[in-house]
Design a protein around this ligand. Structure first.
Ligand code: GDP
Length: 329
């Protein structure tokens, strides 16, 4: 078993920006062991006053849209302008995410080698709830370590976007220019979640297509009512190959930050995110403790078949299990 440090030791390491201690602290938060999770949760509480100072950016898009390449190029731009950048990933199918975020070493090598960047592949875990809550803890630990910008990549198409949206300040959607069918296949919900859209790979022969796609998306986005933050989602074209549009992407995010800080939405959004993290953690932990209870497991295993056969009502069994659990406490 790997060595554990005290909360104080982790705290000092993280706050001083010690990379290996930060990595170890994140590993702790990703552990399946209850004792590790307790330590990690004490640590996050300890460093909480030192969190909240970064810009949290979620980056999403279908596989192949160029997320890894964009993160590498965009991260490099930030690092070159003197910012420190941490890259995290949310993905329930972790193998895929590892491939995406670290596997293509030629893409991430430069950024990974920069001392102002920290790249962490997605945690291994089976449930999205578990994985996304671990990513939140990882994000807070990175903030405490002093990173200016946190980039959170999500590979999934669907559920994981919602999870990421609920932990970031700015949600960036990468899209590709199609041949006239730009709006097909894109879930309206994901478009609505976006605070900014980047038409990616706008280089070479694709520039004209990308420009056309930009107008289509602008038109489509105009049809959506403005949200609570009163922000109309900009669409820009960019290429991670030529680096064209990367600076515009950053300017767009900075503009968003300025406007939202001015209106108070920045903080009110974070406040409501904290409350939803609480609700999510409660649900996740309740489920975890309940299903790990031996008595519950025993009855459940014994009676699943009867529910399947239609002999026993699912509600009756569920209620019985809850009462058994409560009585055992
Ligand atoms: P991901 O699956 O979304 O992470 O996509 P990747 O970053 O792995 O990129 C998928 C492919 O698109 C790779 O072959 C990249 O070389 C290519 N690609 C990424 N960015 C660009 C770009 O800006 N322009 C062009 N032309 N190709 C790109």
């Amino acid at each position: 078993m790997r060595k554990r440090f005290t909360v104080q030791e982790y705290k000092e390491g993280v706050l001083s920006g010690d990379r290996s201690r930060l990595s170890q602290a994140i590993t702790l938060a990703e552990s399946a062991l209850e004792s590790d999770l307790k330590l990690a949760s004490d640590l996050v509480q300890e460093v909480l006053p030192y969190t909240g100072n970064s810009i949290r950016i979620g980056i999403t898009g279908v596989p192949g849209v160029g997320k890894s390449t964009f993160i590498e190029a965009f991260g490099q731009l930030l690092v070159d302008s003197g910012k420190s950048v941490a890259v995290l990933a949310v993905d329930p199918s972790s193998q895929k995410s590892k491939g995406s975020i670290l596997g293509d070493k030629t893409q991430m090598e430069k950024l990974a080698g920069d001392k102002r960047a920290f790249i962490r592949p997605s945690p291994t875990g089976s449930t999205l709830g578990g994985v996304s809550s671990k990513t939140r803890e990882a994000m807070l630990l990175c903030e405490a370590a002093g990173f200016d910008v946190i980039l959170i990549e999500t590979v999934g198409v669907g559920q994981s976007e919602t999870a990421v949206k609920s932990m970031v300040d700015f949600f960036l959607l990468l899209m590709l220019a199609g041949a006239g069918d730009e709006l097909q296949g894109i879930k309206k919900g994901i478009m609505e979640m976006a605070d900014g859209v980047v038409i990616h790979k706008a280089d070479g022969d694709n520039i004209a297509n990308a420009k056309r796609a930009k107008s289509s998306y602008e038109n489509a986005l105009h049809l959506f009512p403005l949200g609570e933050n009163n922000w109309s989602t900009p669409v820009i074209t960019a290429s991670s190959m030529t680096k064209e549009g990367l600076n515009d992407s950053w300017e767009m995010i900075k503009k968003y930050k300025d406007k939202m800080q001015e209106s108070g939405f920045w903080e009110s959004n974070r406040a409501s995110q904290r409350l939803s993290w609480l609700d999510e953690n409660l649900q996740f932990l309740l489920g975890k403790f309940f299903l790990e209870d031996q008595q519950v497991q025993k009855i459940l295993t014994k009676n699943r078949k009867r529910v399947e056969n239609g002999e026993l009502s699912p509600l009756a069994l569920a209620r019985d299990l809850i009462h058994t659990f409560l009585r055992s406490k």
